[in-house]
Design a protein around this ligand. Structure first.
Ligand SMILES: NC(=O)c1ccc[n+]([C@@H]2O[C@H](COP(=O)([O-])OP(=O)(O)OC[C@H]3O[C@@H](n4cnc5c(N)ncnc54)[C@H](O)[C@@H]3O)[C@@H](O)[C@H]2O)c1
Length: 243
């Protein structure tokens, strides 16, 4: 029960890795604030938490929007008093070459994937208890990538740099900041990816389950990982080890 008495905000909690993480944290005693663009999906996650005897609430949120992020933090503080864990999981991809992509679409990816990590730090950290943890979800695309996903790959690379830098700023309060970089995981995001559908991005080797990622994220967010800070944990079934 590593999250007993702890308030955990998880974005993208309505599907895939975010949902599996929210469910696991709740099973281990966490009070979940499940944030998602689609309120009904976040609510479905919270309904599952309640059915299992856990505690949580759902909040509609576009993580790239400052007022929405502030509202999520306010909802967490109103319900539970403070925040212990923030998992920045929600993200989006585009599949357009850089010279063709609309400026607005490029900046939307950056705002959703990277801006959200900044906003939850800026507005969440002042309400976090000392000893808390932030886990930012990166991707193998921060390290190796395919054509036409530059905004996504760049945002994920920046998340890892942001994670290192923020870990230094929060060390005095013993708030650890780490990233988890998933490989291919069996979620809608993987199978809806046009590059995966066309074979341009080959899914060779292991495909992880959302629960595999949840296990790693819960480890990093818990006191089991008390000496892990500023790090990126690659959780890809060995995909990047392959030449
Ligand atoms: N599935 C994979 O193979 C894979 C690989 C590497 C990294 N990742 C990363 O894992 C994370 C979770 O991905 P997933 O595969 O579970 O995806 P998913 O599509 O199953 O879930 C993503 C969730 O985020 C929500 N969301 C999207 N945009 C949002 C926004 N602006 N505000 C709030 N919520 C929003 C969606 O509604 C959805 O519920 C992402 O950061 C993704 O980049 C996934």
């Amino acid at each position: 029960m590593r999250f007993t008495g702890k308030t955990c905000i998880v974005t993208g909690a309505g599907s895939g890795i975010g949902r599996a993480t929210a469910l696991q944290m709740a099973v281990e005693g966490g009070r979940l604030v499940a944030a998602d663009l689609r309120l009904e999906s976040a609510q479905a996650t919270v309904d599952q938490i309640h059915s299992a005897g856990g505690e949580g609430l759902a909040v509609a949120c576009d993580v790239g929007d400052s007022t929405h992020v502030q509202a999520v933090v306010a909802a967490a503080v109103k319900a539970y008093g403070s925040v212990d864990v923030i998992v920045n999981d929600a993200a989006m991809m585009t599949f357009t070459p850089i010279v063709e992509i609309a400026e607005a679409d490029f900046f939307k990816v950056i705002a959703t994937n990277l801006g959200s990590v900044f906003l939850f730090a800026k507005y969440g950290v002042p309400h976090m208890n000392d000893g808390g943890a932030i886990v930012n979800i990166s991707s193998v695309h921060a390290h190796r990538t395919t054509q036409n996903v530059v905004p996504y790959a760049a945002s994920k690379g920046a998340i890892e740099a942001f994670t290192r830098g923020l870990s230094l700023e929060l060390a005095a309060r013993k708030i650890r900041v780490n990233a988890v970089a998933p490989g291919a995981v069996d979620t809608p995001m993987l199978w809806n990816n046009p590059n995966v559908k066309s074979g341009a991005e080959k899914i060779t080797g292991a495909v992880g389950r959302p629960e595999d990622l949840a296990a790693a994220i819960c480890f990093i967010a818990s006191s089991d990982a008390a000496f892990v800070n500023g790090a990126t944990l690659l959780v890809d079934g060995g995909r990047l080890a392959q030449l």
